[in-house]
Ligand binder design. Structure first.
Ligand code: C2E
Ligand code: MG
Ligand code: MG
Length: 591
């Protein structure tokens, strides 16, 4: 006869709650197990029941049931097992040592991973005035369809078990005057591992992880979560000691796995007063997430500030649509300078979130979040459209219409066809009225994004340039140097990252030489140059001497909104001198 896996049997049989579980396949009972609680409840020994159910499942469970109710109970039970009746909810009398007791039995079915059903029936003695059947039925049926409490691959208790019994375990640790700790593990690059070595090896890696955790945390409750996640609830002595144990697990996995793996990552949440298992799990997960792909560290403790970050993250995501609708997102224009003439040559459009509650939020605080939640393309198109819509007021105020650059993220190109969207917006604003064309708009892509793009991304970039927009490489030299952008792409300009300028004199002035040489290369290839972050006269002098064409920085102009620029115009306060259309053309060509 089919048996429940050993680990399942052991876990359940030991339970004090009176219930039985029957494995059912295609309406046929295949296996049955009884908890210790059930034996006690019925007043029978395990031997008797085993004998009764040896070889088949027709053993008479109804022998002690009141004769008037036995037939009814059998019929209801059969219907339930066959699946004719979904719920099982009966009251009957059964014989105990001191006479008949009224019993409430409540049953429910759960679909298992392998397509079979598990029928669980919980009993409670109504004469004893404790109807745990209803209570438990409710609790258990909340447990989802993944199985009861056991993960069949690793034989570890699963996350349901943690939810049902974790809190008790936590209380036990506290009762021993120890500090509970919850660890959330994931196996690095599990998908890649599966792809490379096959599912079976992947399973072996998970089993190895399970065993290593059990051995390193012998007192702890080790849980297999979904996919490649594991949870351990234990007590902590010190951060160092716990860290050493996590590292040991990591080492062992790397060493013993049947293939190359980078090991595991853990987020660790130390218990704080009043927090539940669910809170701890959230915190540990968050710590693990913030650890990210950092291969230098295999664990990270949850800190209070993580929660603040999370709250901020939620705030941004939840309010993004609202921010756009209510015009909280503004453009700040930063003018850049032509070094030869000391005149403004164009602007970069930079996003600012003017929040009525939180004040001005800078791009560093919302761009990464919008990227993470795949919303950045909405933002970038919005900024581009706003730049278009602000052409008219600039024109009306007699501001020179210098070109404007807009930043685009690589992710945008996966979600929308950027050149198509740009064309659509530009057409709508009929920019010909202001004597400008598409070459007025500059699309900035960071060097990092350039280096990591897909064919679809590159194709769209080509189209952008072929449509007449300018293409600039932002943050050039910021650590992702990919000199092949020159050979692969027609680009109009490289923008040196401000870090280069900031460290001009480090290492015998290496950056001076790099900037000079790169300007030389760019010039030969007909690519324009701009340096970001010009803050001092000394830097400006260097850039001029090095032959850099354009410069952007606080020394010349700090980003400001159109309102501020208009306000200053109204007050007659001088604004930077700007070059004319004529000057731009001739000076640009000279390069
Ligand atoms: P970025 O495109 O490299 O923009 C230059 C950043 O450097 C701006 O910061 C600007 O205010 C700052 N900056 C300019 N001159 C100086 C200077 O002399 N000293 C210093 N310390 N900083 C200077 P901001 O506005 O905070 O923008 C940061 C980054 O956020 C931008 O870097 C850009 O990558 C991103 N970003 C801004 N707006 C958008 C947008 O609409 N879409 C996308 N995708 N990214 C944006
Ligand atoms: Mg930029
Ligand atoms: Mg930049």
């Amino acid at each position: 006869m089919y048996k429940f896996p050993e680990a399942v049997r052991k876990t359940y049989e030991a339970l004090e709650i009176p219930f039985l579980i029957m494995g059912v396949e295609e309406g046929m009972p295949k296996a049955i197990l009884f908890t210790d609680g059930f034996l006690k409840f019925q007043g029978v020994s395990r031997e008797t029941l085993n004998e009764l159910f040896h070889g088949d499942l027709d053993g008479n469970l109804f022998e002690k049931v009141h004769p008037e109710e036995a037939a009814k109970l059998k019929a209801v039970s059969d219907d339930f097992v066959l699946g004719i009746q979904g719920d099982y909810d009966v009251i009957f009398r059964t014989r105990r040592a001191d006479g008949y007791h009224r019993v409430h039995a409540k049953g429910f079915r759960q679909r298992m991973k392998d397509g079979s059903d598990a029928c669980i029936i919980v009993y409670s003695d109504m004469s004893a005035h404790e109807d745990i059947a209803s209570e438990l039925a409710e609790k258990y049926s909340l447990l989802g369809n993944e199985g009861f409490f056991i993960d069949y691959l690793t034989d570890l208790p699963n996350i349901n078990y943690l939810h049902a019994y974790g809190q008790d375990r936590l209380m036990d640790i506290l009762a021993m005057e120890k500090t509970p700790v919850l660890m959330y593990f994931d196996v690095d690059s599990m998908q890649t591992y599966n792809k490379q070595y096959g599912i079976q090896k992947g399973d072996e890696l998970l089993i190895l992880t399970a065993r290593s955790l059990q051995e390193e945390f012998p007192e702890g409750l080790v849980i297999r979560g979904a996919d490649d996640h594991f949870v351990v609830l234990d007590s902590i002595e010190s951060r160092e000691k716990l860290g050493a144990r996590i590292k040991a697990v990591n080492r062992r996995i790397k060493h013993e796995a049947g293939g190359q793996t980078t090991g595991i990552h853990a987020g660790v949440a130390i218990y704080t007063k009043g927090k539940s298992i669910a809170d701890g799990l959230d915190h540990a997960k968050l710590a693990n997430k913030y650890l990210g792909e950092d291969l230098n560290h295999c664990y990270r403790f949850f800190e209070k500030s993580d929660m603040e970050d999370l709250i901020n993250e939620r705030y941004i995501v939840e309010n993004f649509r609202h921010a756009i609708k209510n015009d909280w997102i503004k453009i700040y224009y930063q003018c850049f300078l032509r070094l030869e003439t000391d005149k403004g040559a164009g602007f970069e459009a930079l996003a600012r979130w003017h929040d009525p509650e939180r004040g001005v939020i800078t791009p560093a605080d919302f761009i990464p979040i919008l990227e993470k939640y795949h919303l950045i393309h909405k933002m970038d198109l919005y900024i581009f459209e706003k730049v278009c819509s602000e052409i008219k007021p600039r024109f009306d105020a007699n501001l020179p219409l210098l070109p404007v650059s807009v930043n685009f993220s690589r992710q945008d190109f996966d979600y929308i066809n950027v050149p198509e969207e740009l064309n659509r917006i530009v057409e709508r604003y009929k920019i010909g009225r202001y004597n400008i064309d598409k070459s007025y708009f500059i699309i900035e892509i960071t060097e990092q994004d350039m280096a990591l793009g897909t064919e679809n991304f590159y194709e769209q970039l080509r189209e952008i340039r072929e449509s007449g927009y300018k293409l600039w490489i932002d943050d050039f030299g910021s650590g992702y140097s990919s000199l092949n952008v020159f050979s692969r792409f027609d680009i109009d300009l490289i923008k040196f990252d401000m870090d280069l300028l900031r460290h001009l004199d480090d290492h015998n002035g290496a950056n001076r030489e790099i900037i000079k040489a790169m300007i030389g290369v760019a010039r030969k290839l007909g690519v324009h140059t701009l340096c970001e972050g010009m803050e001092t006269e000394e830097q400006k002098a260097f850039l001029k001497e090095a032959g850099c064409e354009l410069a952007q920085g606080f020394l010349y102009h700090k980003p400001e909104g159109l309102d501020t620029i208009f306000h200053r115009l109204g007050l007659g306060i001088p604004i930077p001198a700007w070059e004319t259309e004529e000057e731009r053309k001739t000076l640009s060509e000279k390069w």
